[in-house]
Design a protein around this ligand. Structure first.
Ligand SMILES: Cc1cn([C@H]2C[C@H](O)[C@@H](COP(=O)(O)OP(=O)(O)O[C@H]3O[C@@H](C)[C@H](O)[C@@H](O)[C@H]3O)O2)c(=O)[nH]c1=O
Length: 351
């Protein structure tokens, strides 16, 4: 089966990060994938080796007259190029049946994800008028499309050589606890650095390259005492996963790293991608509710995201059971690639 996945990079690395994991996941199950992307530059460091079965193509279409595959995924509501829509319409006329057209949505724990998952959306105008697309909502609960999870993920994590990995990266943990830091510019970053520096528990912060690194470098005067800091280079996605496995606590952001933190099974704090109309406040609360997060963890998230509260102390031990239970609940769910393939099969089988 040939899948066309379309991805527009808005900002940061989440769009391409999710689409790459999806493309790889499909290809690892024997599907062929063309990943159409308007700015593939991040793949140079995220996935320099590429993946068998995945062909990365430039968007806008470098090759006009391309015949659409059996399944077309438009990621995060990006609009398909008009030329490609027209090709889908003419293919549907010739064959009497259209390619499965899936609109892959952003991840949310809000209840509308389960309500809207799988709903059809008839195309009323434009070059693809008369065709139908379907909404596909990733999610944390039954009735949603689930989360990306490779079949061997937990086995790889169980076989992970933490000490060897830290040694190879020149990271001396000594008796400190390790925390990864992947974030935007959290309003409570000053409070976190000052709090950890003044605490009795030694922490070693592994700071990811980019916005997190810049934000911490600007605040180095707050680092000292019980807190040590290492600045990391950009890592491949596979190495990023290992970073989360290696740490005792993970600060993550956006969408893809949140999911990877959940699979890591370590306590974590999430900086949610901020939206202009503050729609992310409800999204954050829905997630904390789904997590069944203890009050202190909810307060920490609100503080970390600059929503009202001050930042309480980081309490990894208290928050650890909640992270493990959340992972157990998710492991009972079918992963997103399995669900997407079943969804596609149901679309193309006769009614
Ligand atoms: C720091 C680092 C990240 N990564 C990867 C992990 C993830 O796949 C990706 C980061 O993606 P996210 O965690 O989703 O965070 P992000 O903030 O970069 O992406 C965001 O983009 C916005 C446009 C979306 O609306 C948000 O929902 C969100 O997805 O980068 C590496 O591969 N190597 C690295 O060194």
């Amino acid at each position: 089966m040939l899948w066309d996945i379309f991805c527009k990079v808005i900002d940061n690395h989440g769009d391409i990060g999710v689409c790459w994991r999806l493309a790889r996941g499909l290809a690892s199950r024997g599907e062929r994938v063309r990943l159409w992307i308007d700015d593939a530059s991040a793949l140079r460091w995220m996935a320099p080796e590429g993946a068998a079965g995945v062909e990365v193509r430039e968007w806008p279409l470098a090759a006009p007259g391309v015949a659409p595959g059996e399944v077309v995924v438009e990621a995060f509501g990006c609009e398909l190029p008009a030329q490609f829509q027209a090709a889908m319409a003419s293919q549907a006329r010739e064959r009497g049946t259209q390619a499965a057209w899936i609109n892959l949505e952003y991840l949310t724990a809000e209840s509308f994800a389960a309500r809207c998952h799988g709903l059809p959306s008839p195309v009323l105008s434009g070059p693809a008028a008369g065709l139908t697309k379907h909404f596909f909502y990733p999610g944390f609960t039954q009735g949603t499309g689930g989360l990306l999870r490779e079949p061997d993920l937990l086995a790889r994590q169980a076989a992970f050589d933490r000490a060897g990995w830290l040694r190879a990266r020149g990271i001396e943990a000594a008796n400190a606890r390790l925390a990864s830091l992947f974030c935007y510019e959290p309003p409570a970053l000053d409070a976190l650095l000052a709090g950890l520096s003044a605490g009795t528990q030694p922490w070693h912060l592994l700071v990811t390259h980019g916005r997190a690194g810049t934000a911490v470098r600007e605040r180095l005067s707050l680092v000292g005492g019980s807190l040590a800091v290492t600045f990391l280079p950009l890592m491949t996605q596979a190495e990023f996963d290992r970073l989360l496995w290696a740490c005792d606590f993970n600060f993550v952001r956006g969408e893809d790293s949140l999911v990877r933190a959940l699979w890591a099974g370590k306590p974590f704090a999430w900086q949610i991608y901020p939206q202009d109309d503050d729609a992310h406040h409800a999204k954050l609360e829905a997630f904390l509710e789904w997590m069944a997060a203890p009050d202190s963890l909810r307060q920490f998230h609100r503080g970390w995201n600059g929503i009202g509260a001050a930042l309480p102390p980081l309490d990894a031990d208290t928050w650890s059971p909640c992270a493990l239970l959340a992972r157990d609940r998710l492991l009972a769910q079918k992963d997103l690639v399995t669900q997407l393939m079943s969804f596609q099969a149901a679309q193309s089988s006769p009614a």
